[in-house]
Design a protein around this ligand. Structure first.
Ligand code: ADP
Ligand code: MG
Length: 564
């Protein structure tokens, strides 16, 4: 292919603009992104080579090399991974394929555009090179193709890029950054090394740099021809727990997620038995923007015997735990496992069940912790992810009880943090059911006339205001043998909580109001199933209730809003 000039996709231009203009205060992340691409490319080669060993050519050791040329003011990030064909270079470096990217940029428009932290978390990718470079040249050859099939891609990162076919001996990719004026600080072994160990210490292959040594004659450091690893290059999860510090766990989390807020909790275990695997799972402190997208794949990476297999292996975690991040490394799965196979594998089922239990125990130990600071972490967790946990109540029957214990609500006694267990411990003498009401807002719930009799008698009522609550309640009928009873449904039977006096009053009233009730029934006709006298009101003259077993008024309104 002769040299041709092509134009970037519109979204790429937008992303380039965003990245180069708002990431300046955090510019060193370019190296994290490019090293991570190099490492991904090696993972991809390893994966494709499972079915075609010839792809390794004569270089079976996968590695990333970072070097610089002071005089030419260039940095080169080089890998011997899968490489790019000309077509792939055009597609992958000129358009945005990642589905979430466009959506993400849309959200960043306006006010948020300056939030570098958000962009950093998202992973800005290849284009981050333009934070420090005014031209990037990529030279590459895909593994397994002829040396005459190499490609050179080059661009100043503005409107267009050039591509041409080249001859290239070595497999893999060189990304050559031509530094902008004023970015010479990156032309230093020390500087580059420190960025690599900050962001890329835990990637599972070696990142090499040229050894530097002191030259007494020249009175300065000189770069030798010898390469040395500058990262640990050991998959953290494969190391023994006792050798890993809290700081290492946290820095691994940051490398894994780009989230600079430390995780709330993590768990690291080697599980032995019929299925063998290692899990390193984290609970983030903050919910991602797309938490409510249930189609979003989870945050757990799958490895098989330390070989990376896939990102976001959704089969490894139930949907309601999609916020969990981490790594699962299986000793049993075949290396060529596909997403489809994962869905059916019994080993995967065992891994999912085991990991779910681990996450739940992690949450339980936060929730029940004696230490107030740990307990506060649970409250923080719940604020971010509580509503998602509720999905599990309906989806995960095996763990329903454990999940129910983890839920926290508002009630007529406390604004937040009320658990079912708290509620039960405050139940009145003779009270049999757990009472609740659902509404759109806390204020609406609190002011509901249906609560009057409960307030008068000092009986606590749980106030459910999350959208998912109605759905959850259609799957949860009881807690520790106590029925959940909506105060807005049916004839609230206060049972033995009602004294004789009140019962009698109700009977008398029912008799006295009979003509009124009859007239109301006739007037309302089809629109009301029944009209009856109630003891549940104290101040209000009337209220609407739905029949036991019917859709609640609140749910009916939600469905109507949703156009159903
Ligand atoms: P992401 O890594 O999230 O896919 P990037 O913007 O970092 O997004 O990279 C875009 C694409 O360019 C990658 O998905 C990959 O196909 C290709 N690419 C980037 N760097 C390399 C590399 N060193 N070797 C092979 N392909 C690469
Ligand atoms: Mg990338």
């Amino acid at each position: 292919m002769d040299k041709q000039t092509l134009s970037f996709q519109a979204e790429v231009k937008q992303l380039l603009h965003l990245v180069t203009h708002s990431m300046y205060s955090n510019k060193e992340i370019f190296l994290r992104e490019l090293v991570s691409n190099a490492s991904d490319a090696c993972d991809k080669l390893r994966f494709e080579a499972l079915n075609n060993n010839a792809l390794f050519e004569d270089q079976p050791n996968l590695e990333v090399r970072v070097s610089f040329d002071k005089a030419a003011r260039r940095i080169v990030i080089s890998d011997n991974g899968i490489g790019l064909s000309a077509q792939e270079a055009i597609e992958h470096l000129g358009t945005i394929a990642k589905s979430g990217t466009k959506e993400f940029m849309g959200k960043l428009e306006g006010e948020q555009a300056k939030d570098a932290n958000l962009i950093g978390q998202f992973g800005v990718g290849f284009y981050s090179g333009y934070i420090v470079a005014d031209r990037i040249t990529v030279e590459s050859r895909r593994a397994g193709v002829a040396i005459t099939e190499g490609v050179r891609w080059s661009s100043e990162g503005t409107g267009d890029f050039e591509v041409e076919t080249i001859t290239r001996e070595t497999r893999g990719t060189d990304v050559i950054l031509h530094l902008r004026e004023g970015e010479d600080e990156f032309l230093s072994t020390w500087k580059l090394k420190s960025i690599i160990s900050k962001y890329s210490d835990h990637i599972s292959l070696p990142v090499l740099m040229r050894k530097e040594s002191w030259d007494a004659q020249k009175d300065e450091n000189v770069v030798s021809d010898e390469w040395e690893p500058v990262n640990k290059a050991a998959a953290l999860w494969a190391r023994s727990k006792s050798d890993i510090t809290d700081a290492e766990y946290k820095s691994f989390y940051e490398q894994l997620t780009y989230d600079t807020t430390p995780p709330l909790a993590y768990t690291h275990n080697r599980v032995e038995g019929r299925t063998e695997y290692t899990q390193l799972l984290y609970i983030p402190a903050k919910a991602p923007m797309d938490l409510w997208n249930r189609d979003k794949r989870g945050g757990v990476k799958l490895y098989v015997k330390r070989v990376f297999i896939m990102d976001d292996a959704e089969a490894l975690m139930p949907t309601y735990l999609r916020f969990v991040k981490g790594v699962i490394d299986s000793a049993d799965l075949p290396l060529n496992v596909s997403r489809e196979l994962l869905q059916e594998s019994r080993d995967v089922k065992a891994i999912r069940e085991g990991s779910t239990k681990r996450v739940l125990s992690m949450l339980e130990s936060l929730a029940d912790h004696e230490d107030a600071a740990e307990k506060a972490k649970y409250a923080a967790f719940y604020k971010e992810f509580g509503a998602v946990l509720k999905e599990g109540v309906g989806e995960d029957h095996a763990n329903q009880e454990r999940l129910a214990k983890l839920l926290r609500f508002a009630s007529t006694h406390a604004e937040e943090g009320v658990s079912f267990a708290d509620y039960v411990s405050r139940m009145k003498e003779g009270q049999e059911a757990i009472y609740y009401i659902t509404a759109d807002t806390l204020a609406a719930a609190k002011n509901s006339p249906q609560l009057e009799i409960f307030k008068k008698k000092g009986i606590e009522v749980l106030l459910f205001t999350d959208r998912v609550d109605e759905w959850m309640l259609s799957h949860l009928y009881e807690f520790e043998g106590k029925n959940l009873q909506s105060v807005a449904k049916g004839a609230v039977d206060l049972g033995s909580l009602q004294d004789e006096e009140e019962k009698k009053q109700a009977e008398v009233a029912a008799e006295g109001f009979k003509p009124t009730l009859d007239r109301l029934k006739t007037a309302l006709g089809e629109r009301a199933k029944d009209v009856r006298v109630t003891t549940r009101l104290v101040d209000s003259p009337a209220c609407l209730v739905t029949e036991e077993g019917d859709m609640s008024g609140h749910l009916a309104r939600l469905l109507k809003q949703a156009g159903q």
